[in-house]
Design a protein around this ligand. Structure first.
Ligand code: IMP
Ligand code: MG
Length: 174
């Protein structure tokens, strides 16, 4: 089956939205240092573009978890592949996700990270598929709500491919 990708959100639209989010986050955390947690690998591009536009002091750490295999539907099993390098105790933490689908990955992450006693912890996601939610999660900053379709690009992959696309596209099989 041939894979086909159609543009859902253009590079320009993504950049504009990231600028808006950065402005809001910078205002909300005025006078504080914000500790960004990039959830690898999907949030790589989003974290970089967002971080560059924040006007408050920022530190960055990365964590890698997986809830998906090579397919397009959630397994429900979350595994920590790489933990944080630094402690988050007493820090203002912002978790950066690429996409919230069932919410299973984030529910697990929130429980895991909350037990490490951060001063505060909020969530920021580039994309949200609200129709697919199984676990309730409270998201403070959302880039775009999208329909229930499998998307790739801007960090998001299908079987590790397409992460480097500069836009968000819908993947279909023909
Ligand atoms: P959840 O645990 O079901 O919320 O899944 C979250 C993770 O699944 C994301 O961090 C992505 O890695 C992956 N995922 C969910 N939907 C998509 C999609 O449409 N394209 C690519 N990856 C996705
Ligand atoms: Mg991911």
């Amino acid at each position: 089956m041939a894979e086909h990708i159609s543009v859902l959100i253009s590079e320009e639209e993504i950049e504009k939205r990231i600028r808006e989010l950065a402005e809001k986050i910078s205002a909300d955390y005025q006078g504080q240092t914000l500790h960004l947690i990039c959830i690898l690998k999907g949030s790589l591009f989003f974290t970089c573009e967002l971080a560059k536009r924040l006007t408050i002091p920022v530190t960055i750490d990365c964590m890698s978890v997986s809830s998906y295999g090579a397919g397009t539907s959630s397994s429900g099993v979350v595994r920590v592949n790489k933990d944080l390098d630094e402690t988050i105790e007493g820090r203002h933490v912002l978790i950066i996700e690429d996409i919230i689908d069932s919410g299973r990955t984030l529910s697990y992450l929130i429980r895991n990270l909350a037990s490490r006693n951060p001063a505060s912890m909020k969530l920021c996601t580039l994309l949200d598929k609200p129709d697919r939610r199984v676990c309730d999660v409270n998201v403070e900053y959302t880039g775009f709500e999208i329909p229930d379709q499998f998307v790739v690009g801007y960090g998001l992959d299908f079987d590790q491919r397409y992460r480097n696309l500069p836009f968000i596209g819908i993947l279909s099989f023909e």
